[in-house]
Design a binder for this molecule. Structure first.
Ligand SMILES: [Fe+2]
Ligand SMILES: [Zn+2]
Length: 335
């Protein structure tokens, strides 16, 4: 008997640690290594005391070590205690989706549809980025009222990812089934044609979250790539100013031609997750976006994008981990 277990890569505890004070991603093995490797860079960036950033890094390592267990505990508590405003929202219904999106998915599902036929039916930005309506504006408004209801509740909230400090982890809030249906039944038919080279035909897990930008809190997002194969970004509101998203090259490429794309409520932007991107500051209001990181274990088991090596797998007890998998064999012994 064997069973598949989702995993994280060991580098989660040592690499890509974001130092907010100086907007830098670092590797941290220990104090001596860190100071030897980064003191010069930190000093050149205006950080007068490199040692002073160590507590921030060590607390992020501790947060990461406890993350999966604490996240699962929050999920269980929320499932037990949260009173949804709109319980029907938690199961994906076709009425939530823009009719143009359903038509697009039908086209992708019909046998023989080519990439040219599909890309003609969407807005094609450069560098294999595509946008198309996903949710109706009415769904976005109702969904947002549910999210705000949760935000106002006293229930515990985990930060959405290692860079955004404000937002909601949708798995913890009980939306994993909703997102799995969206991923399997609606997004995969498109990615299978658009990104077969990026696991578009073998997506088997995700991480879904809401990012929130607000003046005085997180206003923008530094240039980065996502820990996933394919990302879908759907704006949920439009009553704010600025905050355009911008894109450069893939993480492994040198050139960095930057393209800006404006947000449009309910309209999803699909891109290769490892294409570098960031968000410009908003100047007024609050911006909410749904971010769906989709992962293919077939791709990432070969190469972890975060350490750029074959991953060192650590199984997680619950959830999708970071989308890597291991097949555990139960050994039976008769004597
Ligand atoms: Fe991102
Ligand atoms: Zn790794």
């Amino acid at each position: 008997m064997s069973r598949t277990k989702f995993c994280i890569c060991q580098c989660f505890f040592t690499k890509n640690l974001f130092v907010n004070q100086c907007k830098l991603h670092v590797t941290y093995l220990n104090k001596a290594q860190f100071l030897k490797e980064y003191s010069k860079t930190l000093l050149s960036q205006g950080c007068t005391d490199p040692e002073a950033v160590i507590p921030e890094i060590e607390s992020e390592v501790t947060r990461r070590k406890n993350f999966h267990k604490e996240s699962w505990d929050r999920r269980l508590q929320i499932a037990k205690e949260y009173k949804p405003l709109h319980p029907h929202l938690f199961t994906l219904q076709k009425s939530f989706l823009d009719p143009k999106f359903i038509k697009l998915v039908d086209l992708a599902k019909s046998p023989g549809t080519t990439i040219d036929e599909l890309t003609k039916a969407v807005k094609h930005h450069q560098q294999r980025m595509y946008s198309f309506p996903v949710f109706t504006p009415e769904f976005c408004r109702t969904f947002l009222s549910e999210l705000k209801n949760f935000e106002e509740s006293p229930l515990p909230k985990g930060r959405p990812n290692t860079m955004n400090r404000y937002g909601i982890h949708l798995g913890e809030l009980g939306f994993d089934k909703f997102i799995t249906t969206l991923r399997n039944d609606f997004i995969t038919p498109l990615t299978r044609i658009l990104y077969p080279d990026w696991g578009g035909d073998s997506l088997d897990s995700h991480k879904a979250f809401i990012v929130k930008y607000e003046v005085g809190k997180d206003v923008d997002l530094n240039y980065h790539f996502d820990n996933a194969e394919i990302t879908l970004n759907v704006p949920l509101n439009d009553d704010y100013f600025d905050g355009e998203i911008y894109f450069g090259s893939m993480r492994t490429e040198e050139s960095s031609k930057v393209t800006g794309i404006a947000h449009q409520i309910g309209v999803g932007l699909l891109h290769r997750a490892q294409q570098m991107h960031g968000a410009l500051p908003i100047s007024e209001g609050v911006r909410y976006n749904l971010i769906l990181w989709m992962r293919s274990s077939a791709i990432r088991n070969e190469l972890c994008p975060m350490c750029n090596e074959k991953p060192t797998l650590i199984p997680v007890e619950n959830g999708f981990g970071d989308g890597f998998v291991i097949n555990e064999v139960d050994i039976c012994c008769a004597s």
